[in-house]
Design a protein around this ligand. Structure first.
Ligand code: URA
Length: 212
């Protein structure tokens, strides 16, 4: 697994506002959207392109365009939905699939409750959106699921990651034989006994949508 913690003043500024418990849901949603667009720029460095020839008003030129098959963006419900527009803004040709994962708050195990994805993801570059990489269980299961359907390149975009979660994702995905990258705005200190990231930003779904 490759970890990319994006070091940029705009990312750090927006993240600080997201962390602030006084930030309301409308501002939280807006800043999440902006932050994800900045992370998406880094996350798509490996996006596959094909060379093309085109005509400028002056001459023939070479260029590139995103190549087939279309990239797949997969928000993990519920909180990953708040990251979708920020990601597809930079990848407008992507297809979007949905994965509903819920964490049992006692066992902290993730299970799938919804899935709208093509059966065949052979050769697809997939971008998983999950704001909080906490225990890593949800992300590791989601990555395994996409790879079992043929995805051959996975990039997870997270607002925050905990060291414990990164370790688990590394352990559970290292045998998959597929490159896995985690792009995040920061790696925080640790998880608390309830599985929350410390210092973190609280429950991302609640902060985005204002309800538990
Ligand atoms: N999920 C969240 O929304 N926040 C955390 O801190 C951990 C998991």
């Amino acid at each position: 697994m490759r970890l990319l913690a994006v070091d940029h003043p705009l990312v750090a500024h927006k993240l600080a506002v997201l962390r602030d418990k006084h930030t309301n849901s409308a501002t939280f949603r807006q800043l999440t959207d902006e932050l994800v667009t900045l992370l998406a720029y880094e996350a798509t460095r490996d996006a596959r392109v094909a060379e093309i020839e085109l005509e400028t008003p002056v001459a023939t030129a070479k260029g590139v365009k995103l190549s087939a098959p279309k990239p797949m963006v997969v928000p993990i419900l519920r909180a990953g939905l708040g990251m979708l527009d920020g990601m597809t803004r930079l990848l407008p040709t992507a297809e979007v699939g949905f994965l509903g994962m819920i964490r049992n708050e006692e066992t902290l195990q993730a299970t799938t409750y919804a899935n709208r994805l093509p059966d065949d993801l052979t050769g697809r570059q997939c971008y998983l959106l999950d704001p909080m990489l906490a225990t890593g269980g949800t992300l590791a299961s989601s990555i395994g699921y996409l790879v079992s359907r043929g995805a051959d390149h996975i990039t997870a975009v997270c607002l925050l990651a905990a060291p414990e979660g990164l370790e688990l994702v590394e352990r559970e995905t290292s045998q998959l034989g597929v490159p896995v990258t985690v792009v995040t705005a920061a790696v925080d200190e640790r998880l608390n006994e309830k599985g929350y990231i410390v210092p973190g930003l609280g429950d991302a779904g609640d902060r985005l949508y204002g309800v538990a």
